[in-house]
Design a protein around this ligand. Structure first.
Ligand SMILES: C[S@@+](CC[C@H](N)C(=O)[O-])C[C@H]1O[C@@H](n2cnc3c(N)ncnc32)[C@H](O)[C@@H]1O
Length: 392
């Protein structure tokens, strides 16, 4: 038995904590990823199933929620990738973790050249967030998610000319030609946890109950050898007591996404670091909680009432598929013309400021949005994990 983050005993029936406790009684101490899955995604009690969300009125601000500028730059990247692919029609863009559809709307608003060919698939696990996508986007039935390609059925394509928006709870079945992108998805996927208990001896962190069954408590059990790949040869050698996440679900999402994509680009934006660096840092720095725009309590506290998020291990998702390229969000946004868009915004404000309409205000707001998105101590330091997928 190791440190014991105290959790209040369930005061009411029907909570993520009770669900976790019931499973522990049935199966014994649970792997951390199972607890995280219930806390975030349990259909009745999970944080994201019961109203947790990104946004000003939500629990945390993401690049997508800073304002429409981020989507305007993504729209430019989509056009560049569409050109590079030979302007396919349909051009399928799949957004993982699409939330309430904020990025999709910003892309639409930016009117990229690829719009007439665009089938935009919003993949979002949370049912309430999928529901909110309908407020501002005209969502087409999922049965048309992946239209036949040109050569297969010309007539269907005519009926289906873009832009079309489709909403799904999980990745579609491929193959598609286009782009799969996601902002802050991988950090929300459940992780397992390892702790080094003696030189060369890694244990897995499991979550059980205290003998009086009133609190959750961590147990350490010898780690299954299948989990140890990620800690093989870490440099520098971690000190006893070091912890690292094992991101099997994130790796699996990348694997599945790359399989869906026959040809195109896979771009995942997130806060990221390396397993070796996690081992050298305190675990509550890379495994964090948020609610109502504040840092939350310990990860095992308040299950279902706060977001649980883990920085992404670049080396772990990078080994899923060769060809990973990594750049900072700031470099990525500059490469696709954020500075030009800011300049354009300044110009619009200069010309229309005296009118003070929405367009003028949007133009002026680009300056502040860019400052936030490029901030080297914040969003600008996020990583863009990027693969180019070519037919096998
Ligand atoms: C941190 S939010 C990011 C939302 C949005 N991309 C943004 O940047 O504002 C993470 C989102 O990922 C969703 N999510 C988690 N697992 C998912 C999965 N396997 N497929 C699709 N969405 C998922 C959650 O429900 C949540 O809405």
């Amino acid at each position: 038995v190791t440190e014991t983050p105290a959790v209040p005993s369930p005061a009411t029936t029907g909570s993520a904590l009770e669900e976790v406790a019931a499973r522990i009684r049935r199966h014994g101490p649970l792997p951390f990823d199972e607890v995280m899955r219930i806390a975030l995604y349990d259909p009745a009690h999970g944080f994201y199933a019961t109203g947790g969300a990104a946004g000003r009125r939500g629990d945390f601000i993401t690049s997508v929620e800073v304002g429409p500028l981020f989507g305007a730059v993504i729209a430019r990247a989509l056009d560049a990738w569409w050109d590079e692919l030979g302007r396919p029609d349909p051009f399928v863009v799949i957004e993982g973790a699409a939330g309430s559809g904020t990025l999709a709307r910003a892309v639409l608003h930016a009117r990229p050249a690829c719009l007439p060919a665009l089938t935009y698939v919003l993949v979002e696990r949370s049912a309430p967030l999928r529901e909110r996508q309908h407020d501002h986007l005209q969502i087409t039935g999922a049965s048309h998610a992946l239209p036949p390609r040109d050569e297969d059925a010309e007539t269907v394509r005519d009926v289906a000319s873009g832009p079309r928006f489709v909403s799904l709870p999980d990745l579609p079945i491929g193959p598609v030609t286009g782009v799969i992108l996601a902002n802050e998805l991988l950090d929300n996927l459940p992780i397992k946890l390892l702790e080094l208990v003696a030189p060369g001896e890694w244990c897995e962190v499991r979550v059980g109950l205290t003998p009086d069954e009133r609190e959750l408590v961590e147990y350490l059990v010898p780690a299954d050898p299948s989990l140890l790949d990620v800690v093989a040869g870490l440099d520098p050698t971690p000190a006893v007591g070091a912890r690292v996440p094992v991101q099997l679900e994130a790796a699996d999402w990348v694997r599945r996404a790359a399989e869906v994509l026959e040809r195109g680009r896979l771009a995942l934006l997130d806060y990221a670091d390396t397993t070796a660096s996690f081992a050298a840092r305190a675990s509550d720095e890379w495994l964090r909680t948020y609610r109502g725009h504040e840092r939350g309590t310990a990860a095992l506290h308040d299950l279902g009432y706060q977001d649980i998020t883990c920085e992404v291990a670049i080396d772990q998702v990078g080994r899923v598929r060769s060809g990973l390229e990594v750049e900072t969000q700031a470099a990525f946004l500059r490469r696709f013309g954020i500075e030009e868009l800011v300049e354009e915004g300044r110009q619009i404000w200069h010309e229309r400021g005296h009118i003070g309409d929405l367009e003028a205000i949007r133009g002026r707001s680009r300056v502040n949005e860019a400052t936030a998105l490029l901030d080297a101590g914040g969003l600008g330091a996020f990583s863009v994990l990027h693969w180019r997928v070519l037919p096998r």
